[in-house]
Ligand binder design. Structure first.
Ligand SMILES: Cc1cc2nc3c(=O)[nH]c(=O)nc-3n(C[C@H](O)[C@H](O)[C@H](O)COP(=O)(O)OP(=O)(O)OC[C@H]3O[C@@H](n4cnc5c(N)ncnc54)[C@H](O)[C@@H]3O)c2cc1C
Length: 589
């Protein structure tokens, strides 16, 4: 006999598990979250929250709290490359390149046009406590921190897990209908025999989280990340630094410094040696540095063969792990949880068939594959910078310094070298201007009914985004005017589940069809008419993005992806919509 029965057991209280808990609570799904650690993450780790994640947070009432303490666009809109932060040598503190990023400067227009939510920056050690507050405020059951899931078995009806309270040693048997493995890849996938396939990185990355007053030296208030390429050579010749708040720009008090160490090099850093390393790299020998923590990891680009095994779902780092470039780790983890939560709710509610749960893997695995490949590509692309600066691998420090002198010289050839470097640096936009990678992903198969239309083109640089209301795509954002109140198409679907049918005219044929389909399938379907009288298409964006005729309709899922798109309604509109909804819900054609 189990000690406890619950519909969903979430193992792991990182970004994936915590957000899954919030989404499930909003959807009315009882669940239990268990987390091995006594507290949320104390390391900053992930910090960049992309627009899609912020849209999800907006939908679930988290965005305002995040924006209240995260960095505004004005403080994240630029990335810099320099030789060092400080120092008074001829090659010290020299600017090598600057790039607009994350919706700042020249990128502002497309980022603002395509989403109601700016991207932002909030390190994980500040985000997770905020998420936990929301978990505690919404979940029926208190999340169990300092509790570890020891083992589990599954059968046709559910999962039986043993959870041990680490402070008392007491073990509880939990019986759940479904288990969400949000354990960061720490064992559940392996226990299920699911291989992780992919690529590793030969270098270790050391991350030092520290406090210091760098107002005099930081690269400017707009700069979130400064990357350094040191003319001094040596084992640590390339490293990067990120502002971690709680104030932003130059005023940031906390920082994360990440550097690569080659295989075999000494990677044992205690607080004292880390502080000295920070001072040495920044060329600020007398800087007051308080080291909070030193992290050590080896980036990998790996993906699980399967995201669902019976009643267990792998999500976040348990399903895919990627290098930090482009910040797709935590963002994908949140988006996995968002994709799965409404499906679990619909199945547990009896609205959908088990086949709906298979669409989690069908949709998220190819998306994760693309993200993992992109992150590794962007990470490896750092290597071209050396070529752009005219540096050769293994050259002695005096040759490197001579190269930098030539590069920075006030001569016609210096100018030519800098022009070449600028072109090479521009390729780093795959990491810092990945607008289409972040919001342009679409599901080719899954909980959707394809309409036979051609997919929009995708920019190979991952930047130019083509919004499209084609089934499988993220619902295009358009501002609507509702009696003087501005809302996004994304606000039409709330946080409680249910579908929205966006129609394009004032007649009520589609509204009646929505009511019939809702009654037939037992799920809420709200019809919303975008017309000059109500929900006015404020700047014509929706008319372009929806595709199809003015009297067509777009069926939107609870996660703001398009499920189905229909043309002008004929006499069979209600049947057509009902059939589509049944198919989306995994209840047959
Ligand atoms: C230096 C660095 C920088 C990064 N930068 C970014 C970035 O800018 N943007 C971005 O999106 N991503 C970034 N990432 C990646 C990001 O941190 C991860 O992708 C993200 O934390 C994944 O969240 P998760 O919840 O899936 O896993 P985790 O955060 O690893 O959480 C898993 C949790 O499960 C718990 N757990 C494991 N096993 C058990 C068990 N048996 N019982 C109970 N609990 C268990 C663990 O204690 C852990 O707390 C970065 C990572 C690193 C290392």
């Amino acid at each position: 006999m189990p000690d406890l029965e619950v519909p969903v057991l979430i193992v792991g209280g990182g970004g994936c598990g915590l957000t899954a808990s919030v989404f499930l609570s909003d959807l009315g799904v009882d669940h239990l979250l268990v987390e091995r650690r006594a507290t949320t993450s104390t390391l900053p780790r992930a910090h960049y929250l992309n627009q899609r994640t912020m849209e999800v947070f907006r939908q679930h009432g988290l965005a305002d709290d995040v924006y209240r303490i995260s960095a505004p666009t004005a403080n994240i809109g630029e990335v810099a490359w320099r030789t060092s932060l400080a120092g008074d040598g001829e090659l010290d503190a020299r600017d090598l390149h600057r790039m607009d990023a994350f919706g700042g400067g020249s990128t502002a227009e497309p980022y603002a046009a395509h989403s109601p939510c700016p991207s932002t920056n909030l390190p994980q050690h500040r985000l997770e406590p905020l998420l936990l507050e929301h978990v505690r405020g919404r979940a029926k059951r208190t999340p169990l921190f300092n509790h570890v899931m020891q083992d589990f078995t599954q059968d046709e009806d559910g999962v039986t897990a043993h959870v041990t309270d680490r402070s008392t040693g007491r073990t509880t048997t939990v019986r759940a209908r479904y288990l969400l493995a949000a354990d960061g890849g720490k064992g559940i996938g392996a226990r299920l025999g699911v291989p992780m396939r992919g690529d590793g990185w030969a270098f270790d990355v050391i991350s030092v989280h520290f406090s210091a007053d760098l107002r005099e030296w930081w690269s400017g208030d707009r700069v979130l990340i400064t990357n350094f390429v040191s003319p001094d050579g040596g084992p640590v010749s390339r490293y990067g630094m990120v502002a971690m708040g709680p104030e932003w720009g130059r005023a940031s008090r906390e920082w994360a410094l990440h550097f690569h160490v080659p295989p075999g090099a000494d990677t044992t850093f205690d607080e004292h040696t880390a502080a000295d390393t920070v001072r040495g790299l920044l060329k600020l020998p007398d800087l007051d540095v308080v080291v909070h923590q030193v992290g050590h990891y080896r980036p990998e680009a790996v993906i699980a063969d399967r995201f669902r095994v019976g009643r267990v779902f792998l999500a976040g780092d348990a399903a895919h792990r990627q290098p930090p470039a482009t910040g797709l780790g935590l963002n994908s983890a949140v988006q996995d949880a968002h994709n799965l939560a409404w499906k679990l709710a619909a199945v547990l509610d009896g609205q959908a068939g088990d086949a709906l749960l298979d669409t989690y893997e069908a949709e998220r695995l190819p998306t994760a594959q693309r993200n993992v490949e992109w992150a590794m590509f962007a990470f490896r692309n750092h290597a071209v910078i050396h070529a752009g600066l005219g540096l050769l691998p293994g050259q002695p420090p005096e040759v490197t310094r001579a190269n930098f002198r030539d590069l920075l010289a006030d001569t016609p050839m210096g100018e030519t070298r800098r022009a070449r470097a600028a072109e090479v640096f521009a390729t780093q936009r795959v990491e810092y201007q990945a607008h289409d990678i972040e919001i342009g992903f679409a599901y080719a198969a899954g909980a959707l009914v394809p309409d036979g239309s051609a997919a929009p083109p995708r920019d190979p640089w991952g930047y130019v985004h083509h919004p499209d209301a084609r089934p499988g795509h993220r619902l295009p954002h358009a501002w609507l005017d509702l009696c003087g109140r501005r809302l996004s198409t994304h606000d039409l679907v709330g946080d409680r589940g249910g579908f929205v049918l966006i129609t394009g005219d004032t007649d009520d044929v589609w509204a009646a069809a929505a009511a019939r389909a809702a009654a037939a399938c037992g799920v809420p379907v709200t019809a919303v008419t975008v017309s000059p009288g109500r929900h006015r298409d404020a700047n014509g964006t929706w008319a372009t993005a929806r595709g199809g005729p003015r009297r067509g309709a777009v069926l939107v899922r609870p996660d703001n992806h398009v499920a189905w798109r229909g043309g002008s309604p004929g006499p069979g509109a209600a049947d057509e919509l009902t059939a589509a909804l049944r198919r989306v819900l995994g209840r047959g054609e």
